[in-house]
Design a protein. Structure first.
Ligand code: ADP
Length: 802
């Protein structure tokens, strides 16, 4: 039904028009003015307009021209209705305003109806034509759509990648043939399972989570997933991407996705990363066992479910590291190795790899193969328990020698090894081999450095003379003993360095293997002084190593010891002889000895026995001092009383021509911090010596002096005196100025040594000074007791440095 718009300002006219046109059976719209007509035209699609010319406001012509100006209404036919304008100008104006007809009232209803129906018909025709055109366009579009769909599908089929599309809700609606071929599934199955049957189970949660997120946010989707390849039943890494296609409103109408195989690239990257990590780990250990254990640890689970490292030990292979994804199976694997050691002649496995130095790859361990390799039922059982699926074994080389093998096995993971895995394992083994080599080198260098350090720190002189007789090594002790710095020695011939070398070296015994040496004691002339050295040599390919030690001091000591033995024996023999002589005389019955002689002989026995006792006491005391085992009881001693007592006692047994006097002491001698008994022994000894070494008589004078914090005892004699250069030596153990007793004065050479040691232990000092004129003066200085220190204290003395 078409719309006819009737425009007239008079309702009765409108009514009349409606009456006239009613029979046409169309929809009649009426407007009572120009503005109203324009409004109606905005809302309705109108087939023809009947427009009154005379209207208040916009008249018919003005309304018509506005209608004609509008794009949407310009084509609508207008029939003017006018009661008055019959003249031509009016009519002409009507046509120029766009009228198709001009009807003058009063009009014949039939004529008007037929005119209107012509336009209605025209309108209907136009409508029909428009609809047909639209239909045609739609059809064409649909065809176009089909064609473009086909085109992109064709494109999709031509791609090497897997291509797919999905509905906005994520449901698959197309996959290319590659997808179906790759997974050996039908499109139906794939739609139903939504990839879940072809993606690796471990990757499924990630896939679902990301896909849901993409669908919810209409954001592009991207993921890395493993897809099962039906051809070899392996899982391969793919990069999956999908982009949403949206309409003009921004709603997703379709997802376009692709899965690209990135397996090889990913494995290469992983392998590279793995090797880099391996390098870092292998570099951290310098112990080859830890290095190999690290290799096994690295391999599991990254490239194997379990790994074993065996090294050559003599004729056999010994397992040094086993690692398993399942720690409980480590024991099982070890057990297998223990029970069934590798047969060195085996045609496959580690022994063969060891022999040939070539890696071995078994991509698929079939049941038949297992049975074939099993030694017995138990073996088969153990191997089955380990669930071996795929295996490879690579040689571990160090210093161009195969030193072991690395075995890698896939079990639980279901992985299968391929040639690229073998290459990776070989590279790992190569790097491990280098690490083992480095560890060994490092150890050797370290050992050498240590040996060099030892050589530098040992007390024995060590030097190396090469085949040409040139000194190649000269350690620090050699420098110290000989006083010859290394730079003056190395590179020179031995005889240039050591003048007596030529005469001495033939006497040195040179062993041909290190072992117990039999050193030779020889004199070496060094810078004008003679040193005694004990030398031994060991010859080797490039020369001879000599070790020597300075035994000059030891020789001197040895001399002293020999002297001592002579002295002490003499010292002991004299009183013993006197005791023996007296006793023998006393027991003789044929002699009638008078009372006086009897007593004289007995007192000789007593005195000589006492002398023997003193000598033995001195020896014991000296040895205890030397061993640092003498206890010192430091207390406050009255120096004056002590000195007086000692002087008094000495006076009782003086030779005729010797006198002993206590010469002087200050008024207020403070007490001294010392062990009273020991201090007394020191003073007695000095006084005894003063008397003893005044063989031609003389006066012995004793003085007490005080100085800052000390009390000094001075014992001066007029006896034999002591040469200045011997001032220190006489305090050494067993040292005597006249060891051969040319003057007939005996002694052990221990008295002054004991005195010095005792004085040192109370922080005092002892020394001797020659006296102007004749004899010498011995001084002993002991700390005075300060007010705070009057309490005695016991002290277990520590060994004192000489
Ligand atoms: P001994 O007297 O038993 O030999 P000492 O250790 O007491 O041992 O003395 C060491 C040496 O010092 C003595 O052998 C002696 O040569 C020398 N000597 C010690 N006291 C004197 C002294 N007053 N006058 C001269 N020589 C002394």
């Amino acid at each position: 039904m078409a719309n006819i718009l009737l425009v007239d300002d008079r309702p009765e006219n409108l009514l009349a028009l409606e009456g006239v046109l009613e029979p046409l059976g169309q929809s009649l719209l009426s407007a009572h003015c120009g503005e109203d007509a324009l409004r109606q035209l905005l809302q309705h699609d109108v087939a023809v307009i009947l427009l009154d010319v005379q209207m208040p406001g916009l008249d018919g012509f003005e309304t018509a021209s506005l209608i004609k100006q509008r794009e949407r209404t310009r084509h609508i036919p207008i029939i003017f209705l006018s009661a008055i304008s019959k003249d031509e100008t009016q009519i002409f104006r009507g046509y120029s305003a766009g009228a198709v007809d001009y009807v003058v009232k009063p009009f014949s209803p039939d004529v008007l109806r037929s005119k209107v129906s012509v336009f209605i018909e025209l309108h209907d025709k136009n409508e029909q034509l428009r609809r047909q055109t639209e239909l045609l366009k739609e059809q064409e579009l649909a065809e176009l759509r089909v064609e473009s769909e086909e085109r992109y599908r064709f494109l999709a089929e031509a791609q090497p990648d897997q291509i797919w599309t999905a509905q906005p809700n994520g449901a698959l609606d197309y996959v290319n043939q590659r997808v179906l071929d790759y997974s050996a599934t039908s499109f139906g199955e794939l739609v139903e399972s939504g990839w879940t049957t072809v993606v690796h189970p471990d990757d499924l949660p990630r896939m679902l989570e990301r896909w849901r997120h993409a669908l919810a946010t209409s954001q592009p989707y991207e993921n890395e997933l493993r897809f099962r390849r039906a051809a070899d039943d392996s899982y391969r890494w793919h990069l999956t991407r999908a982009l949403p296609m949206t309409n003009r409103r921004g709603d997703v109408v379709r997802w376009f996705g692709s899965n690209t195989d990135i397996h090889d690239q990913k494995r290469a990257e992983e392998a590279q990363r793995f090797l880099v990590e391996a390098g870092a780990v292998l570099g951290t250990s310098l112990d080859y066992r830890s290095t190999l254990a690290a290799v096994a640890k690295l391999a599991v689970p990254r490239i194997a479910d379990w790994a074993r490292v065996d090294v050559v030990d003599g004729e056999e292979l010994r397992t040094v590291a086993v690692e398993h994804v399942n720690p409980r199976k480590v024991e099982l694997a070890l057990e297998l190795g223990r029970r069934y050691p590798e047969n060195p002649d085996a045609e496959q496995g580690p022994p063969r790899v060891l022999r040939t130095g070539e890696g071995e790859l078994v991509p698929e361990i079939t049941e038949e193969r297992l049975t074939e390799l099993a030694v017995d039922d138990l073996h088969l059982g153990l191997v089955r328990e380990l669930g071996l699926q795929s295996y490879m074994c690579v040689p571990l080389s160090a210093h161009d020698r195969v030193v072991g093998v690395i075995s890698l096995v896939c079990a639980e993971s279901g992985r299968r090894y391929g040639s690229e895995d073998l290459a990776l394992a070989e590279e790992l083994a190569r790097r491990a081999g280098i690490a083992v080599e480095n560890a060994q080198l490092y150890r050797e260098v370290e050992e050498r450095a240590q040996a060099a350090r030892v050589l530098e720190t040992i007390g024995d002189g060590v030097f190396l003379v090469d085949d040409e007789g040139v000194v190649k090594l000269w350690n620090r002790a050699a420098e110290a003993i000989t006083g010859l710095p290394r730079e003056n020695v190395i590179g020179r011939r031995a005889e240039q360095v050591l003048p007596s070398w030529e005469s001495v070296s033939p006497r040195i015994r040179v062993a041909h293997a290190p072992g117990p040496a039999s050193p030779e004691t020889l004199p070496l002339e060094l810078e004008g002084r003679e040193r005694w050295v004990s030398v031994s040599g060991v010859g080797f390919d490039e020369g001879t190593v000599y070790a020597f030690r300075d035994i000059t001091e030891a020789r001197v000591l040895e001399q002293i010891r020999q002297d001592l033995v002579a002295t002490v024996s003499h010292e002991l023999r004299t009183p013993l002889a006197a005791i023996y002589g007296s006793a023998v005389t006393l027991v003789r019955e044929d002699l009638d000895l008078d009372e006086a002689l009897n007593r004289k002989l007995l007192s000789v026995i007593v005195e000589e026995a006492e002398r023997l006792g003193r000598i033995v006491n001195d020896l014991l005391l000296a040895s205890r001092l030397g061993a640092g085992r003498l206890e010192v009881q430091v207390g406050s001693c009255d120096a004056l009383a002590l000195t007086e007592g000692v002087v008094e006692a000495a006076r009782t047994h003086l030779p005729e021509d010797v006198t002993v006097e206590f010469e002087s002491a200050p008024d207020d001698v403070p007490p001294v911090a010392a062990d009273a008994e020991q201090l007394k022994q020191v003073l007695e000894n000095l006084l005894d010596n003063a008397v003893k070494y005044s063989p031609t008589g003389g006066d012995v004078r004793v003085r007490l002096e005080t100085a800052a914090g000390v009390v000094r005892f001075a014992i001066a004699d007029e006896g034999l005196g002591i040469p200045r250069r011997e001032q220190d030596r006489i305090f050494e153990k067993f040292s005597r100025l006249d060891p051969d007793m040319t003057r007939g004065i005996g002694g052990t050479g221990l008295g002054l040594y004991i005195a010095r040691e005792l004085v040192r232990r109370v922080n005092g000092r002892i020394w001797v000074e020659p006296k102007d004129g004749k004899g010498s003066t011995f001084y002993v200085e002991v700390p005075a007791v300060t007010a705070r220190e009057t309490r005695p204290k016991a002290h277990q003395e520590a060994p004192v440095a000489p």
